[in-house]
Design a protein. Structure first.
Length: 162
């Protein structure tokens, strides 16, 4: 693996069509409405997509989700299918930026509301299940637009000078 590729910020414009984005939002809205509200809150079910070595789940949630958010670890099959098709269409583009990429982890859904924000972090920095296959990239797909804020900042170095 080329470690420098983990420092790259890249984008794939038009990853999803407008129709695909609308479809995904409809499916996700229906799915979320069918779930218990408590199951959507990180840490309430004893789980979160984030972890910090040595901290309990509720402590990790306090660091990464201080203003709360919706978190769905297992997306509906229809969402997985559409995202998989989009990724298949753009796999060559992904590998151009991240040549070591070989496969995807399961998709997750995270929703931020007013007053919520992303704290600096690395998602699943270590592949504990398959240490010989380290994570080389994280993918974020924005499903909506037309809102204030939402700026995305990708820090590719630990230096505070950047």
């Amino acid at each position: 693996m080329n470690l420098s590729e983990t420092l790259l910020a890249s984008s794939l414009e038009d990853f999803l069509s407008d129709e695909e984005a609308v479809f995904l939002l409809d499916v996700l809205d229906s799915h979320i409405a069918s779930l218990s509200p408590d199951s959507l809150i990180p840490g309430r079910n004893g789980r979160s997509i984030h972890s910090i070595d040595g901290l309990e789940v509720h402590q990790t949630v306090a660091v990464y989700e201080p203003a709360g958010r919706v978190e769905v670890e297992v997306v509906p099959a229809a969402v997985d299918a559409v995202m998989g098709q989009a990724m298949a269409r753009r796999w060559a583009d992904v590998q151009r930026a991240f040549p070591s990429a070989r496969q995807l982890d399961p998709w997750i859904y995270v929703e931020y509301g007013p007053g919520q924000y992303v704290t600096p972090h690395v998602d699943y920095a270590h592949n504990h299940d398959a240490p010989r296959r380290p994570k080389v990239a994280g993918i974020s797909v924005l499903l909506n637009d037309g809102f204030a804020g939402g700026e995305l900042f990708v820090e590719t170095s630990g230096s505070s000078r950047l």
